[in-house]
Design a protein around this ligand. Structure first.
Ligand SMILES: [Zn+2]
Length: 330
C-alpha cells in the first residue's frame, strides 16, 4: 500500500538530507523523535480506551499506560541515535519508551531509564533472542498479574518505583516504524504503524482506528478465526474465509464506536476516519473479499453512532453490542 502524501513528503525530505553526510545524523535523530512522539500519542489513547471501558471487557489486565522500548529493536549502527530520542543511555536494558499522561507509569517512571528488575525478578539480557522477544515476555507476564496489584520496578542499580495499575481491557500497544497506514491486532497486542498515526487527522481519528483494533482483541477475532480454520493465505480473499474475515471487520467497526463513546471520544470520529481512509489515494484494490466496501462501513458506523446518541438522549446506560455474546464464526 503506497504511503500517504504527508509521509511521502517527509521521506523525500529525509532522502534529500541523507544525500548530504553532514545532515544525515540530524535527519535520523528527528525520525526517531517522531517515532517517540507517535508512541506517546498511542500510549495515551490506548490507556484511555482500555481503562475507561474496563467494565465492559470480559478479559482484563493491569494497565500501566506505557509502551515498552528495547535497544535490541535497533540495528547496532542506528542504536545510539535511536536511544537518544528516549534519553536512554544504557544499551543493554529494556526501558519505558512512552507513557500516558496521568497513568500509573507517569507517577514513577522516567522515559528511557534502564529497567533492571520487575517484581524483584531481574530482567534477562535478551541476548540471542528475537529483538521483540524480551518486551513481549515482559508484557505477557505483567498482563497475567492481578489487575490491582502494585508492581515494583527497579531502575539501574538501586532506584525502585512502585506503581499501582488500573484495571483495563486486555491489550498492549506498540508503534512500528512503518510508513504504511495500517495496524494489526493479534489477540493480545495492538500494533499501530507510524504511517497510520501520521494519516489520522487528529487524536479523535487515531482513537477510532485504535478502537477498531482493540475491538478485534476484545472479541477474540484472531483466535476465533483460527478455530474456524480460515485460510490466511491466498484463499483468504474467497468463499467462507473471506466471509468470516468480513464478519470480524463489521463486528470490530460496530464495537469501536461504543469504545470511543465509553472513553469520552466522539463516536462520530469513526465515520470521519474511515471515510478519509476509504478515499485515500493508492488504497489497495485487493481487500474486496475480506473488507466491506468503505461506504458500507461508514453507513454502519453512522448507524452505531446514532444508537449511542439515542441511548444518551433517553438517559439509558450505554450497552455495547456483541461484547457479551458475539455471533459464531461459521
Ligand atoms: Zn480490522
Amino acid at each position: 500500500m503506497p504511503m500517504p502524501r504527508r509521509a511521502r513528503t517527509a521521506l523525500a525530505v529525509l532522502l534529500l538530507f541523507a544525500a548530504s553526510p553532514a545532515f544525515a545524523a540530524a535527519a535520523s535523530a528527528s525520525a526517531y523523535d517522531a517515532l517517540a512522539a507517535a508512541e506517546a500519542r498511542v500510549a495515551a489513547i490506548g490507556f484511555r480506551l482500555t481503562t475507561a471501558n474496563a467494565d465492559w471487557c470480559p478479559v482484563r489486565q493491569p494497565q500501566f499506560g506505557w509502551i515498552w522500548g528495547d535497544p535490541r529493536l535497533y540495528t547496532a549502527d542506528r542504536r545510539a541515535e535511536a536511544l537518544r530520542a528516549y534519553g536512554a543511555a544504557d544499551p543493554d536494558h529494556a526501558f519505558v519508551a512512552a507513557f500516558a499522561p496521568g497513568s500509573p507509569a507517569a507517577a514513577g517512571i522516567a522515559i528511557g531509564a534502564p529497567v533492571t528488575a520487575i517484581a524483584d525478578t531481574p530482567v534477562p539480557d535478551g541476548a540471542g533472542e528475537h529483538p521483540f522477544a524480551r518486551i513481549t515476555a515482559i508484557e505477557t507476564s505483567l498482563a497475567a498479574r492481578p489487575v490491582n496489584e502494585p508492581l515494583a520496578l527497579q531502575f539501574g542499580a538501586a532506584r525502585v518505583a512502585t506503581l499501582v495499575p488500573v484495571p483495563g481491557c486486555a491489550s498492549d500497544f506498540r508503534v512500528e516504524a512503518n510508513a504504511k497506514a495500517g495496524a494489526v491486532a493479534d489477540g493480545r497486542l495492538v500494533l499501530v504503524n507510524q504511517g497510520l498515526v501520521d494519516f489520522a487527522a487528529d487524536d479523535q481519528e487515531l482513537a477510532a482506528a485504535i478502537a477498531h483494533e482493540l475491538a478485534h482483541n476484545i472479541l477474540r477475532h484472531r483466535a476465533r478465526l483460527d478455530a474456524a480454520g480460515v485460510d490466511r493465505g491466498l484463499g483468504k480473499q474467497f468463499g467462507r474465509s473471506a466471509r468470516l474475515f468480513k464478519q470480524t471487520e463489521v463486528e470490530a467497526d460496530r464495537l469501536s464506536v461504543w469504545l470511543l463513546a465509553g472513553a469520552g471520544y466522539d463516536p462520530a470520529a469513526a465515520a470521519r476516519f474511515w471515510t478519509r481512509f476509504g478515499q485515500r489515494k493508492g488504497r489497495p484494490l485487493f481487500q474486496a473479499g475480506t473488507h466491506p466496501n468503505w461506504r458500507d462501513r461508514v453507513a454502519a458506523l453512522e448507524t452505531e453512532a446514532a444508537a449511542v446518541a439515542a441511548a444518551r438522549a433517553a438517559g439509558r446506560p450505554l450497552r455495547p453490542p456483541l461484547i457479551d455474546a458475539p455471533p459464531p464464526l461459521e
